[in-house]
Design a protein. Sequence first.
Length: 87
Amino acid sequence: VIVQSMFIHQSCSSIQECGCVLLWSMSFGDEANQRAIEDAFGVAAIITSMTSNPEHQKVQEFGCGALHTLCHNPAIRQTVVSNGGGG
């Protein structure tokens, strides 16, 4: 639901901010949640959120936090890079 909302409302910075912080929180230290986020295209949602809202500080901060946390999982790190993150 979170990722789907982020894709549907790409131009709404408040939804993007909440989505990024929720995905960051859910992924912190939880491999099962990290895999679920990846499977739901959450990495793409985070990166799209950040590129669609470049002027919104909290979207950038929370998006970076979520990607950083997800990159601790080596299996997901390549997904982040493949989707344009980490550059």
